[in-house]
Design a protein around this ligand. Structure first.
Ligand SMILES: Nc1ncnc2c1ncn2[C@@H]1O[C@H](COP(=O)(O)OP(=O)(O)OP(=O)(O)O)[C@@H](O)[C@H]1O
Length: 316
């Protein structure tokens, strides 16, 4: 698959502080890639280098086959960048702001107006097009920011913590919009955030970035497999009985569960059990519990998500 972003051996120091440490990463055309990491991990610094806005100490960055360090202006034409907070002319309407940006990007006025209306519709701001931006909500401002990015018809969009300050519904709609636009227009997206749930919702692939280093990278399912390969399955089980369940019976049940094939670890808290295993043991488990004369209040199979992956990395 054709790569749209290629980073190799990228390093950036601020004084003696290593902000980005030998980063190598490729992002395919049309892919939505999530750069996940806590504050100070080096995400913004990496983005600045991708945009050719800060000098690189060593390594290479290519965006759409253009060397970002040598040709930052050419990269700027291909890339739309949405920072945490976008500045607008608050006394201008949404439409006026957008047309102005289009003209700055050398789009003739007639075309700019036509494009602006289409894009305002795409980002759901057509009804608010004539309102002054100063009266826009935070969610509307972010969508207008996205419209400003889109009017340049970019091949790549870079989003740096784009959902800060949005309410949950605003976040949901904004993320949905990103996915729709990327799929519809084949735009490559680099989504930088410390919100793992947001990254998990939208990204095809993710890189976990901590202290300037890429700790892991891949599809969420592959990362889970790499990290939890020994005991990939976790089953949560709750049991009931007409009588009170004593510690002795709980210990006996724990022992019996441990004898099921492929079960590696059983922990219990009261009548709740957590079972780690190499294969799906839910069928055997329910047979065993019912056979012992207990009821099952719940039996859920847990799939590993990005938060498990993230926390496991921090544990280690
Ligand atoms: N201009 C600068 N001068 C000196 N140090 C800097 C500069 N910019 C960033 N840093 C330091 O480099 C490290 C990485 O910062 P960066 O902003 O890239 O992280 P981040 O992952 O984007 O975090 P955040 O989400 O907080 O912006 C941090 O320790 C930061 O303090």
């Amino acid at each position: 698959m054709e790569n749209c972003i290629e980073i190799s051996g990228l390093t950036k120091k601020y004084g003696t502080h290593l902000a980005v440490d030998d980063l190598t990463l490729s992002i395919a055309k049309g892919e939505i890639f999530g750069l996940l990491g806590p504050n100070g991990a080096g995400k913004s610094t990496t983005i600045l280098m991708l945009l050719g806005l800060t000098e690189v100490d060593s390594g290479h960055v290519k965006v759409c086959d253009i060397d970002a360090t040598r040709h930052p202006l050419e990269v700027k034409r291909k890339v739309g960048y949405l920072p945490e907070d976008v500045g607008f002319y608050n006394d201008y309407s949404g439409l006026q702001n957008l047309v102005y940006i289009a003209q700055l990007n050398n789009i003739p006025i007639k075309q700019a107006k036509k494009d602006a209306l289409l894009i305002l519709e795409e980002v759901g701001l057509l009804d608010a097009k004539d309102k002054k931006v100063g009266t826009y909500s935070r969610g509307m401002r972010q969508r207008l920011g996205l419209a400003e990015v889109l009017i340049k018809e970019p091949e790549v969009i870079i989003l740096d913590e784009p959902t800060l300050g949005l309410d949950p519904e605003g976040v949901r709609k904004f993320l949905q919009l990103i996915v729709e636009l990327s799929r519809k227009k084949g735009i490559t997206v680099l989504f930088s955030s410390h919100h793992l749930h947001q990254i998990q919702q939208v990204c095809d692939r993710v890189g976990i970035f901590v202290k300037g280093k890429l700790l892991a990278e891949g599809k969420i399912s592959d990362l889970a497999e790499q990290l939890f390969s020994k005991n990939t399955f976790t089953t949560e089980l709750g049991i009931t009985d007409s009588k009170e369940i004593t510690d002795t019976t709980l210990n006996e049940i724990t022992e019996k569960i441990s004898t099921i094939k492929n079960v590696a670890k059983v922990t219990s808290h009261g009548s709740h059990f957590s079972i780690e295993s190499k294969s799906d043991v839910s069928g055997e488990l329910s047979k065993l519990i019912v056979g012992l004369g207990y009821g099952i209040s719940y039996l859920t199979k847990k799939e590993y998500g990005l938060d498990d992956i993230y926390h496991k990395h921090f544990q280690e």
